[in-house]
Design a protein around this ligand. Sequence first.
Ligand code: ZN
Length: 473
Amino acid sequence: MLNWKILSHLNSKKIKLLQEKKIRYFIQHKIPFSPYYNKLFKKNKIKFSDIKTLEDLRRIPFTTKKDIVPTKKEKKHINFILKPDKELIKKYSSKFDLLKYSLNKNSAFKEFNPTHIHFTTGRTANTVPFLYTPYDLEKLREAGRRMMDIFNIDKSDRLVNAFPYAPHLAFWATFFAAEASGLFAVHTGGGKILGTDKIIKTIENTKASLLSFIPGYAYHLLREAKNKKANFSNVKKIFFGGERVSKGLRYKIKIMLKSLGSKNPEIFATYAFTEGKVAWAECKENSGYHLYPDMEFIEIVDKNNENVGENEKGEIVYTALDFRGTIVLRYKTGDIGSITNEKCSCGRTVPRISSKIERSSEIKEFNLTKVKGTLVNLNTFFEILNIKEIEEWQVEIRKKNNDPYDLDELIVYISPKKNIDFIKLKSKLKNILKDQLEITPQIIKIDLNKLLDKLGMETELKEKRIIDKRTKI
Ligand SMILES: [Zn+2]
C-alpha cells in the first residue's frame, strides 16, 4: 500500500500518472474476472488493453443501480463479484501475480475469497450486498487510518462509536479505522442497540474525546445528555456519517456540546456510499472530502452524461481502482456534487469532492395542484428546518384523503424550542418554503416526545426525516 503521507502530497500530474498505472493494471489483470464487465466489454467491442488512460475510461458504459440491484428473477449483483477460475487466472494475471500465486497457494484465495459483507440501505430499491475479501479489508483499514490522519487524531484519543450496528459501511468503517489506528474505542451500536442513556454514560466514563454519529441522532443524544446534566468536557471532535449535515444542524450541535462542557468542539463530515467500499473525510468544515487516488477515480457528469470541468456541479460517478470482491466501474451514484484538485488548506493535494452533496433521488415530482407536476428538492428541507428555533422536524408526503388518485400533500411536523412563538415561526417558515421551494405545505405543531417516536429516534437505524406515505398505483 502506498505511503499516505507521500501520496496525499503528490502533485496532480503525478496523481494522474499513478491513477493511469492503476487503471491499466486493474482493467487488464482483474476486470476479466468480473462476469458483468467481461460481458459488457465484449458487447461494446472494448479490449481490456484498450483502457490505458483516464480518458479511455469514458469508453466504458456507465453502470447504474438498475444494473446491479437484485430482482426476484435475477441475482444481478453476483455478476459484479470478481470470480477468477484457474483458466482465467492463467490467461489474464500478470507475470508477477502468477509467480506470487504459484509460490503461495493461499495468496489467490486471500485475494479473492469474500469474508465480509455490507448492504446498501436501499430506501427506494432492494438492498444490494457488497462483498469484501481480506484484500479489501486491508484497504478499509488503510482508508480508516487515513481518515483518522485527516481528523488529526492521535493515540491518546478515545472513541465512542454511536453508528448503528448493522452490516453497513458507517459502523464497520469506524470499527476498522479505530482498530487500524490503535485507538481505544467503544462500539456501542447506537441508540437501538445500547440505548441512549448507556451511550451517554459511556462517553462520560471513558472520558471520550472523539464521537461518531449519524447527525440527527447526535443532536438527540446531546439533548438527552443535557437533560441529565452530563459532563462531556473531554469531547473534542465529532465525526458524522450516514446522512448529510446541514449548516444549521452543525451550529445547533456545537452549541449543545459547549453547554455540556466541551471547549471548541470540531465537527467533521464524511461521505461514503456502499458501492465505494470506504469513507472519505473533511479535514475541517466545508473543506470537501479528501479522496484516496490509489483506491478510486471520481468523475462528474452532467445530465447528458458528458464530463464537466473542475468545480462544476454534476452527478458523482465512481470507478474502483484497486478492490476485489464486488466492484463497479463508472458507477452513477445519483449524488450531485463537484470535484476540485486544488491544494487544500491542510496541505494535502488529493482531489476532493465538494462538502455539499445532494441526492438526485430526493428531487421528486409532486402533483400539488391540478395544473401540473411540481419538482420539489426535498434536500432543501434539511437546510430550512435545521434552525435554532426548531427542536425536531419531520416531513410527510401523502395522498389527500388517502385516495391514491387524489393530489399529493406535504405536511411539515414541527416541535419548536421552548419559549418560541409558534405562530410567528409558522409564518416565517411558510414564507421561506414558498420562496425557496414554491410550495405551501401544512405546518403542524407536535409534542417533542411524540415526534421522536414518529422519527424512530431510538428504534430505527436511521431516523425517518422524510416519509413518503403515498401508495403506488
Ligand atoms: Zn484538507
